[in-house]
Design a binder for this molecule. Structure first.
Ligand code: ATP
Length: 358
């Protein structure tokens, strides 16, 4: 866990308007000292525009950016104690690894021996072998270049590091490795990291807190666990991958009525004011095949029509009238029967949540 001391960065009503459209729309946010905060959202939701304003590369239309109590709206990027790590690996291609990492130290007049010592220290932190120091950056791999870019940013010793989708150009396996390494580096350096990505999966692995963006607004802020288990909207629940989302009406009794399901369903939050209609959300791993209706708080009867091997898990699709339910089971819990047969699937009320229409 990050040491959530005070607030390092405070955003108040931060807005950026392009041609009459709010790309970033009245964002209020507190980023805590030393935390890894990830902004996640679909393409066009305003992540890059928000990050560019924080880094001083874009001027806000209105609102304030306050760094440790000082308004920094008008301070240019190169005068801010912050640094951006880009997806596009903005390294000097013909310089060697050492020169790239030492760039900011050289500008500050740090002598050669001290620069080299710092570069080697950062290379070790980033798991780059010492003999890469004199190697041209165009002779190392994409993943290694990304590590050099991060070492260069850390050499600047910024108070906050901003990351603009730094891993999105890398292949899956390397991305997964670097996600974990980045989390380790965050822990070791204790710096504040603000990261943007369109992948909630990536955000989940690394972050202390996540802010989900939609149409220029932050629609939910929470820990990875909160975002996963307690989404406050259909949008957030669906953003995280396969999920069962069922339109429901909340009955006066607090029980739920879903179209295409003859009997009523139960869910914990249904009674306390979600409104007349909403969505029942159940994650695929919480559904299970059951023998008879009473074996779980809720059940539906359907036809198993597809299964997919997902590595360690198996995904099943069950058709219930017009609806499709998705279940995921570990291999040792695999369904014993074959495809195209009638099955009963069930889930416990406590493993579901009801979210409003919006
Ligand atoms: P992506 O994940 O695709 O990078 P994003 O979430 O980072 O998307 P932004 O790049 O911040 O989204 O864009 C938000 C909105 O602002 C989009 O509608 C985009 O077209 C618009 N926009 C961004 N920059 C400009 C600009 N310089 N001029 C006009 N419109 C812009």
């Amino acid at each position: 866990m990050a040491p959530s001391n005070g607030t390092i960065l405070l955003l108040k009503g931060l807005t950026k308007t392009f041609s009459g459209h709010n790309a970033v729309d009245h964002i209020d946010l507190e980023i805590r000292e030393g935390e890894m905060f990830t902004i996640v959202g679909p393409s066009g939701s305003g992540k890059t525009t928000l990050l560019r304003m924080l880094a001083g590369m874009e001027t806000p239309t209105s609102g304030d950016i306050i760094l440790r109590g000082t308004r920094i709206n008008d301070i240019p990027a190169n005068k801010r104690p912050t640094c951006m790590v880009f997806q596009s690996l903005a390294l000097f291609p013909h310089k060697d690894v050492g020169d790239n990492i030492e760039f900011s130290l050289k500008i500050r007049g740090v002598d050669k021996a001290a620069r080299k010592a710092k570069a080697l220290e950062l290379m070790r932190l980033l798991r780059l072998p010492d003999h890469y120091y004199g190697r041209a950056v165009n002779r190392i791999s994409g993943g290694e270049r990304q590590r050099v870019a991060l070492a260069r940013a850390l050499a600047f010793d910024p108070e906050i590091l901003f990351f603009d989708e730094p891993l999105s150009a890398l292949d899956y396996k390397l991305r997964k490795t670097l996600e974990k390494e980045l989390k380790d580096i965050h822990r070791e350096t204790r710096k504040t990291f603000v990261y943007i990505t369109h992948s909630l999966e990536e955000a989940m692995v690394m972050s202390d807190r996540i802010g989900v963006m939609r149409d220029g607004k932050l629609v939910q802020i929470g820990s990875p666990q909160e975002i996963y288990t307690a989404p406050t909207s259909k949008f957030v629940s669906e953003f995280i991958g396969d999920v069962n989302v069922l339109p429901v009406a909340v009955l006066p009794s607090g029980r739920l009525k879903a179209e295409a399901i003859a009997h009523e369903l139960v869910a914990p939050t249904a009674a306390n004011g979600v409104g007349r209609t909403g969505y029942l959300v159940v994650r695929p791993e919480f559904l299970r095949f059951i023998e008879k209706p009473g074996d779980a708080d809720n059940h539906v009867v359907g036809r198993l029509y597809n299964e997919y091997a997902l590595g360690s898990r198996i995904q099943y699709q069950v058709r219930v009238g017009e609806l499709v339910f998705v279940l995921e089971k570990l291999r040792h819990e695999a369904f014993a029967g074959g495809l195209d047969q009638e099955v009963i699937i069930g889930w416990n009320a406590a493993d579901s949540i009801v979210v409003p229409d919006t």
